[in-house]
Design a binder for this molecule. Structure first.
Ligand code: ADP
Length: 454
C-alpha cells in the first residue's frame, strides 16, 4: 500500500496532490526549488527537500535529484503532476527501475503516445478517426509539398515531439509552405531536440473537445465525459467546460467509445486525455493523447463527483476501479477559468511580482485551486498560471452566472491578471450562446476594446 508520495511539481497542482493525499492518509514529500521556499505546497506537505536553483533545469527537471530525494525520504511513489517530467518516458522508467511507483501510465505508453505521429498511427489502426495527413514524419521539402497538395491547403505542420501549443505552423499555398516547413523543423529542433515534423489538414474553426480517461491495471478502461477547450490563445487553453455545448448525446456516445478504443490501443493505465478536433458538421478527429493529469481536470471532477487524483493513486497502487461506465453520471455543468499573471490588455505580457491583497471568491458552487496568498511573490521562472477558478451548477446558465459573480469577487492586487478578460468573455453573447470555436479568442480580441478587460 502506498504510504508516502513525493510530489515532483510545484504550484497549484502540487497543492492539489497534497490535499488528496491528506484525505487518503498518505504522507507527502515536497521537492522544491530555491524560488519556491514560500510556496503553499512546501508549507503544507509533511516533509520538504530543496533540490536546486530557481530554473526548472536546475530543479524540477532534474530526475537524478528527484530520485535521490525519493530514496533519502523513503517514499513509495512519485506523482509528477503536469508539465516538467510528467510525460518523460525515461523518468517513468527510472522510477520503475528504482522500485518507486510512477503515478501515471507505464513508460511504454508514454513513449508511444509522446510521439504524436506514432500516436495517430496507433489509434487509426484501432479504428479511431484522425486528421487526414502524412503517414508519419516528412523529411524532404519536395516530398512535403507533394503531400501538402494532396491533402489540400490550408495545412498545418506539427512537431512529432510537440506540446504546450508550440511547434505548429499553418501554410496556405506552395510558397508559404516551403518557408513554414523549414521554420517548423528548426523550431522543433530547438524547442524539443527533435526536428521531425508531420503534416495535417488544417481544420477551419474547429472545436477542441477532449475525453477524460481512467484505466486500471486490470484492463478496465472508462471515460468520464468530455471537456470543451475551444477557448484558446496561441493554441493554449484559457477556458474549459463540461459538458460541451456543441455535442449531441449521439455524438458524445460515439466520441466516448472512440476515446476508450484509443486508450486501449495504447495499453493505457491511469488517468489520461484523448484530444479531438470537431468540425462544424460534427466530424471528429483524434489529434493527440496526453498521458498525465491535466490542468483542467477539476471540471470533470465537479461534473462527475469523482476525485481524479485519488483515483490516480489507487490505480498506481494496483487497485481495481470500483465502478463501471454505467455508474458514471454527469449531473452538473462546470466552467474553469485559468487565472494567469499576465496583462491581457498588453498582448498578455507576463506580470510577475508580489501580490498585495489576495481574496478568493467562495459560496455555493465555487472552487478555487491556487497556491498563492496575500504577500506571495510570483517567481518569474515558471509559467504564468497562478490559479484556476472552477464554478459549477445544475445547468450551463447557472455555471455562467456563477462564474461571472465569482470573478467579480476575486481580488488580486499588485499584479495584472486575466480576471477582467474572463469577465468580459462571460458577458460575451458568442460565448454565452455556446458558439466558441478555436478561432474565438482571436475574433474576440479583434472586436473588443481593450478597456473592457484592462
Ligand atoms: P499541443 O500538444 O502543443 O497542445 P495539439 O496537437 O494538442 O498540440 O493542438 C493544440 C491546438 O492546436 C488544438 O487544440 C487546435 O486549436 C490547434 N490544432 C492542432 N491541429 C490542428 C489541425 N489539424 N487543424 C486545426 N487546428 C489544429
Amino acid at each position: 500500500m502506498i504510504q508516502k508520495i513525493l510530489i515532483a511539481n510545484r504550484g497549484e497542482i502540487a497543492l492539489r496532490i497534497v490535499r488528496a493525499c491528506r484525505e487518503l492518509g498518505i504522507k507527502t514529500l515536497a521537492v522544491y526549488s530555491e524560488a519556491d521556499v514560500q510556496s503553499l505546497h512546501v508549507q503544507l506537505a509533511d516533509e520538504a527537500i530543496c533540490i536546486g536553483g530557481p530554473r526548472s533545469s536546475d530543479s524540477y527537471l532534474r530526475a537524478d535529484r528527484i530520485i535521490s530525494a525519493a530514496e533519502i525520504a523513503d517514499v513509495d511513489a512519485i506523482h509528477p503532476g503536469y508539465g516538467f517530467l510528467s510525460e518523460n518516458a525515461k523518468f517513468a522508467e527510472q522510477c520503475e527501475s528504482c522500485n518507486i511507483k510512477f503515478i501515471g501510465p507505464k513508460s511504454k505508453s508514454i513513449k508511444m503516445m509522446g510521439d504524436k505521429s506514432i500516436a495517430k498511427d496507433t489509434v487509426r489502426k484501432a479504428g479511431v478517426p484522425t486528421v487526414p495527413g502524412s503517414d508519419g514524419p516528412v523529411e524532404s521539402e519536395k516530398e512535403a509539398v507533394k503531400i501538402a497538395r494532396k491533402i489540400g491547403y490550408p495545412v498545418i505542420i506539427k512537431a512529432v515531439a510537440g506540446g504546450g501549443g508550440r511547434g505548429m505552423r499553418i501554410a496556405h499555398n506552395d510558397v508559404s509552405f516551403a518557408k513554414e516547413f523549414h521554420m517548423a523543423r528548426n523550431e522543433a529542433e530547438k524547442a524539443f531536440g527533435n526536428g521531425a515534423v508531420y503534416i495535417e489538414r488544417y481544420i477551419e474553426k474547429p472545436r477542441h473537445i477532449e475525453f477524460q480517461i481512467l484505466a486500471d491495471s486490470h484492463g478496465k478502461v472508462l471515460h468520464l465525459g468530455e471537456r470543451d477547450c475551444s477557448v484558446q490563445r496561441r493554441h493554449q487553453k484559457l477556458i474549459e467546460e463540461s459538458p460541451s455545448p456543441f455535442l449531441t448525446p449521439d455524438l458524445r456516445k460515439k466520441m466516448g467509445k472512440a476515446a476508450v478504443r484509443a486508450a486501449e490501443a495504447a495499453a493505457y493505465e491511469n488517468a489520461g486525455t484523448i484530444e479531438f478536433l470537431v468540425d462544424a458538421k460534427g466530424n471528429f478527429y483524434f489529434i493527440e493523447m496526453n498521458t498525465r493529469i491535466q490542468v483542467e481536470h477539476p471540471v470533470t471532477e465537479e461534473v462527475t463527483g469523482i476525485d481524479l487524483i485519488k483515483q490516480q493513486i489507487r490505480v498506481a497502487n494496483g487497485d481495481k476501479l470500483d465502478f463501471d461506465q454505467s455508474d458514471i453520471t454527469f449531473s452538473k455543468h462546470a466552467i474553469e477559468c485559468r487565472i494567469n499573471a499576465e496583462d491581457p490588455a498588453r498582448n498578455f505580457t507576463p506580470s510577475p511580482g508580489t501580490i498585495g491583497l489576495y481574496y478568493a471568491p467562495g459560496g455555493h458552487g465555487v472552487r478555487v485551486d491556487s497556491h498563492v496568498y496575500s504577500g506571495y511573490a510570483i517567481p518569474p521562472y515558471y509559467d504564468s498560471m497562478i490559479g484556476k477558478l472552477i464554478c459549477y451548477g445544475r445547468d450551463r446558465k447557472t455555471a455562467l452566472e456563477r462564474t461571472y459573480r465569482a470573478l467579480s469577487e476575486y481580488i488580486i492586487r499588485g499584479i495584472k491578471t486575466t480576471i477582467p478578460l474572463h469577465k468580459a468573455i462571460m458577458a460575451d453573447p458568442v460565448f454565452i450562446e455556446g458558439k466558441a470555436t478555436t478561432a474565438y479568442m482571436e475574433e474576440f480580441m479583434a472586436r473588443t476594446p481593450t478597456d473592457l478587460f484592462s
